[in-house]
Design a protein around this ligand. Structure first.
Ligand SMILES: Cc1cc2nc3c(=O)[nH]c(=O)nc-3n(C[C@H](O)[C@H](O)[C@H](O)COP(=O)(O)OP(=O)(O)OC[C@H]3O[C@@H](n4cnc5c(N)ncnc54)[C@H](O)[C@@H]3O)c2cc1C
Length: 222
């Protein structure tokens, strides 16, 4: 299916013209992000925890220490809400209340599943590592048995998903349009700087090429 079917929980009510359910567009937002926020409830207390993630097909993978509260809680089949947010611009309006942000955001609802199959666990770790830079997993040492035992991996199916995007100028209305106040959009992006190699990298090892970070602007681009 090319689009997610909105459910009663993922139907965007507020500003529905900004809703996106197109699978390709949603996956491109997920693939561009570096962190997600995972929301869940333990003993009636909501927690929203920022963590890394990776996507493989129709699954999001999360990982953490096998003893972390988040991993232990989510492995118990509890409800989870994951958000990924990309910021494209600061929208300065002429009026205070019309200030806004140009963004692309995704909300995923579901339940996490503890990944126990060793093959899937390795694939999930590959996907989490390659979220940093394509091909990174292929060039580094793979986890050994004790590292695999120390980490838990959770899979969240991409089934109940929505996205919302805002773009364009400020939405001042009526007499505000003629106010003598600067208004407009300041584009913002994530900038990758010059890599600072670790002192213990042996001579002769090729330095990391930031052109691999195609999702970032680079120091020389601006
Ligand atoms: C960077 C950023 C800044 C924002 N700042 C504000 C702000 O200051 N004030 C404000 O009111 N709103 C803000 N929003 C919009 C906000 O995320 C909500 O969309 C909005 O508050 C409506 O929430 P709701 O629960 O009433 O939406 P509803 O429309 O009732 O939500 C129904 C369903 O729509 C989907 N949905 C809602 N919002 C999003 C979203 N952003 N991305 C993906 N799916 C979504 C979810 O599945 C949700 O369960 C901001 C969004 C972003 C990304």
């Amino acid at each position: 299916m090319d689009s997610f079917a909105p459910t009663h929980r993922t139907q965007v009510q507020r500003a529905p013209q900004r809703a996106v359910y197109d699978r390709a567009q949603i996956y491109s937002i997920l693939d561009e992000g570096y962190i997600c926020h995972a929301g869940f409830t333990v003993d009636g207390q909501p927690y929203v925890i920022p963590i890394c993630y990776g996507r493989a097909g129709d699954q999001l993978y999360l990982h953490g220490s096998a003893v972390s509260r988040m991993v232990r809680a989510l492995a118990e089949n509890v409800d989870i809400c994951i958000t990924v947010t990309l910021i494209d611009g600061l929208v300065f309006a002429r009026s205070a209340c019309r200030h806004s942000i140009n963004y692309r955001s995704v909300v995923v609802l579901g339940k996490a599943r503890l990944v126990t199959d060793p093959g899937e666990k390795l694939e999930a770790l590959r996907c989490l590592t390659n979220q940093f830079a394509p091909g990174r997993w292929e060039e580094v040492r793979k986890p050994d048995e004790s590292e695999l035992n120390a980490v838990s991996v959770l899979a969240v199916p991409l089934q109940e998903v929505s996205a919302k995007t805002r773009s364009g100028p400020p939405a001042d209305a009526g007499p505000d349009d003629s106010l003598a106040v600067w208004a407009g959009v300041v584009p913002v992006w994530t900038l990758a700087g010059e890599p600072a190699g670790d002192a213990r990298v042996p001579p002769g090892v090729t330095a990391f090429d930031i052109r691999r970070l195609t999702r970032f602007r680079h120091g020389g681009d601006i």
